[in-house]
Design a protein around this ligand. Structure first.
Ligand code: IMP
Length: 177
């Protein structure tokens, strides 16, 4: 059995998303942006972030899978679903729920920058930088968090808890023998 501990409330998330939306709007004055959400975890963050951006913003989605289990990343990332359009000369914001080892963002940055976008920026709601295996440069970070497994607001464990409005730490609860 696992236990959920409230970690980041919906009010704090909303305030942070609004701040990130404002910063993105200021960085692209009068220019259209394409928000590329990494499925499925970033979907809720993208939906909220998009509504805080005041410049023209369209959506696309990309999906990858990483081999390994919850705690151990194999280092291998595979593309499951590509974006639906050309990115040449477009302003791209890659939207992630959480950057952990950095392998996914590193893979996607290489993939997307090869398409010659005008500008490519990375936004993540959460940053678990203590777990990094590769160096990645992130432009918009919501919250820096310690090495804890979190769920809610799009993030899951075995597909569960994505629909929670707040972010929780997943704590294993041990029963004494
Ligand atoms: P990375 O390639 O190790 O940076 O992994 C990024 C992906 O791992 C995220 O987009 C999430 O899908 C998943 N992930 C990493 N840490 C967590 C967590 O604490 N909760 C839920 N998903 C996580």
């Amino acid at each position: 059995m696992e236990k959920l501990r409230l970690f980041i409330t919906r009010e704090r998330i909303a305030a942070k998303v609004s701040e990130l939306g404002r910063r993105i709007s200021e960085d692209f004055p009068g220019e259209p942006v394409i928000l590329i959400g990494v499925l499925k975890g970033a979907s809720i963050f993208l939906a909220d972030l998009a509504r805080q951006i005041t410049v023209d913003a369209t959506f696309d989605f990309i999906s990858v899978s990483s081999y390994g289990n919850l705690m151990q990343h194999s280092g291998e990332v595979r593309l499951i679903k590509d974006v639906d359009q050309s990115l040449e000369d477009r302003n791209i914001i890659l939207v992630e729920d959480i950057v952990d080892t950095g392998l996914t963002v590193n893979y996607l940055t290489n993939l997307l920058s090869a398409r010659h976008p005008r500008r490519l920026k990375i936004a993540t709601l959460l940053d678990k930088s203590c777990r990094r295996m590769v160096t990645v440069s992130i432009d918009y970070v919501g919250f820096a968090i310690p090495d804890q497994f979190v769920v809610g607001y799009g993030m899951d464990v075995a597909e569960h808890y994505r629909n929670l409005s707040d972010i929780f730490v997943l704590e294993p609860s041990f029963t004494a023998m």
